[in-house]
Design a protein around this ligand. Structure first.
Ligand SMILES: [Zn+2]
Length: 310
């Protein structure tokens, strides 16, 4: 299959190929599923399939001018709209641009394709602007909305799109790919695939952020926390809470550690069970509150002190 490095999602590809072959692709699709599992890759691939002059059951040829331009992301009529760097949302101006562009007749594309990444980040105005286009889609165009959070989209938008749900990749697949790309022991790859919840993209990001070092730092810290000096515990909370992005990883690691502990607790240890569950709830609460501006250092201090004196 000429599948441009897509991992898994065989059912979805087969379904899309069939629709391309029968010219039954809807005018708007909604790709949903966790981040980092290849939704965007499939969107670009579908754009190739729709525009390939030699499309076959094997998929787009990857050789024709159209396939190559789309692979290089410089086809003039296949475009992606993403949130601008440092912006929090996809703005109405971007949707104006899309609307102006989509109204033009295709010049070289068989089908013009517009990919909107992280579609849940559309502002309300932008979403309403897009809705108008979805209600009266121009001929020979396809809009693909991509999101990890479909419930955050306007219901009216969702109802205009054909939904395609992407599932996390099987752990063995992620492990295999991780070991192909990186030098990892089985146990390391296993932990990483598990921690990233079947997302190859997320696993790779964690790897780049030094997840193994962080995990062993946390393990050491938790192992010694009962005997540790209170000042050291507070210092650690300060270090872990220094910036939001890092703090999120520490919280996720804490969650992971305690979830593993719960899984491995022998029967009949109700006290430990209750305690670990309480820590998990504390961390979940902290993660939820990260959206509003909480003082991460204080939150971590609280969690660590509860663990210390448990
Ligand atoms: Zn081609």
């Amino acid at each position: 299959m000429n599948n441009s490095g897509i991992i898994g999602h065989k059912d979805i590809l087969a379904r899309l190929y069939e629709a391309v072959k029968n010219r039954h692709v809807a005018s708007a699709l909604l790709f949903s599923g966790p981040d980092g599992i290849g939704k965007k890759r499939v969107a670009w691939h579908l754009a190739q399939a729709l525009n390939c002059r030699q499309f076959s059951e094997q998929g787009p040829c990857q050789l024709c001018a159209s396939c190559r331009k789309i692979a290089a992301q410089n086809h003039p009529e296949v475009k992606i709209f993403t949130k601008e760097e440092k912006a929090k949302n996809l703005k109405i101006e971007q949707i104006f641009q899309l609307r102006a562009d989509i109204a033009l007749r295709p010049v070289e594309a068989l089908k013009k394709v517009y990919i909107i990444d992280d579609a849940h980040l559309l502002t309300k105005d932008a979403a309403n602007g897009l809705l108008k286009t979805l209600e009266e889609p121009p001929l020979n165009t396809l809009i693909i909305l991509i999101t990890a959070n479909p419930s955050a989209l306007l219901l009216t938008i969702r109802s205009r799109c054909q939904k395609i749900e992407f599932k996390p990749l099987p752990a063995r697949e992620v492990i295999r790919r991780l070991q192909e790309k990186n030098q990892l022991e089985n146990s390391q790859a296993g932990f990483l695939a598990d921690f990233a919840g079947g997302s190859m993209g997320l696993a790779q990001t964690y790897l780049e952020k030094g997840i193994f070092e962080k995990k062993s730092e946390l393990d050491d810290f938790l192992q010694g926390i009962n005997k540790a000096d209170i000042a050291d515990v507070l210092t650690q909370a300060k270090i872990f809470g220094r910036d939001k992005e890092q703090a999120k990883i520490w919280l996720d690691l804490l969650l992971y550690v305690y979830a593993q502990r719960l899984k491995s607790l022998p029967q009949g240890q109700a006290k430990d069970y209750q305690q670990d569950e309480e820590f998990i709830n504390l961390v979940l609460e902290a993660k939820k509150n990260m959206a509003v501006n909480i003082n991460l250092q204080l939150v971590l201090e609280n969690i660590f002190l509860r663990i210390k004196y448990a």
